[in-house]
Write a protein that binds this ligand. Structure first.
Ligand SMILES: [Zn+2]
Length: 236
């Protein structure tokens, strides 16, 4: 086998390893993003619940004030009763007390339903907070694993890139350019063997004359079907 052929085989092996490392990094980064995304989603739900709870608490405090006011009205009206001289006036004050009592009852009912709503929301918030805590605990260990894995791949890629640069220098420019272009277009498989008259990249049959001349030359050719670089192994 010619030197160029072995060089290209070695280069492609290295490139495939580099591509695999980059792909792994992409997958890990996507997972990292996914972990953050889940936390952010729960954070947003809790923030929304906090807002709703805050609004109800405010409403609740307004209702409490209204209730105190009605109770005060009732007390004041009732305190006036012993001093009243006429029947007409007496009835009017009784009616006033009645109205105030009814209003107090209405406010009391509103307070109860606010309390119910508040309890439901608080329960929901607690549940989400627990989920978030669990998620954070799980995420933390996985997040650290991902960081370690990314670092490991990074280190490997740095030394592989250096190795690649050295190797690529020895490949003739015209072949290297063609190879690199094909590597991108053919998803990491730019160079393939031609065996028993077939291209092992596209599995198409090569013209017999073309294949025979390849066997004689033992060099690098292009597949007439898929354009990949072809080599043959010496016949035994
Ligand atoms: Zn082919």
């Amino acid at each position: 086998m010619k030197e160029d052929v072995q060089l290209l085989i070695d280069l492609q092996e290295l490139d495939q390893h580099i591509l695999k490392g980059r792909k792994q990094q992409e997958v890990l980064r996507a997972e990292q993003e996914d972990l953050n995304c889940k936390v952010q989603k729960l954070d947003a739900i809790i923030a929304q619940l906090n807002q709703e709870i805050g609004a109800i608490e405010q409403e609740r405090s307004t209702l409490n004030q209204a209730l105190l006011q009605e109770q005060d009205n009732i007390e004041k009206a009732e305190a006036r009763l012993p001093e009243i001289k006429t029947q007409k006036e007496y009835l009017a004050v009784l009616k006033e007390v009645d109205v105030a009592k009814k209003q107090a009852k209405d406010v009391q009912d509103q307070i109860s339903s606010s309390d119910d709503a508040l309890a439901t929301l608080e329960e929901d918030r607690l549940e989400k907070q627990q989920q978030l805590e669990e998620l954070r605990e799980n995420n933390d260990s996985r997040a650290n694993e991902i960081i370690a894995e990314l670092k490991e791949i990074d280190d490997a890629l740095i030394s592989e890139d250096i190795k690649r640069e050295k190797l690529a220098k020895h490949v003739p420019d015209n072949i290297r350019k063609k190879y690199e272009l094909l590597l991108v277009r053919r998803k990491g498989l730019a160079l393939v063997e031609a065996r028993r008259g077939n291209c092992l990249g596209c599995n198409m049959h090569l013209p017999p004359q073309f294949f025979n001349s390849m066997l004689k030359k033992q060099g690098i050719d292009s597949c007439p079907h898929c354009n990949r670089l072809l080599y043959v192994l010496p016949q035994e």
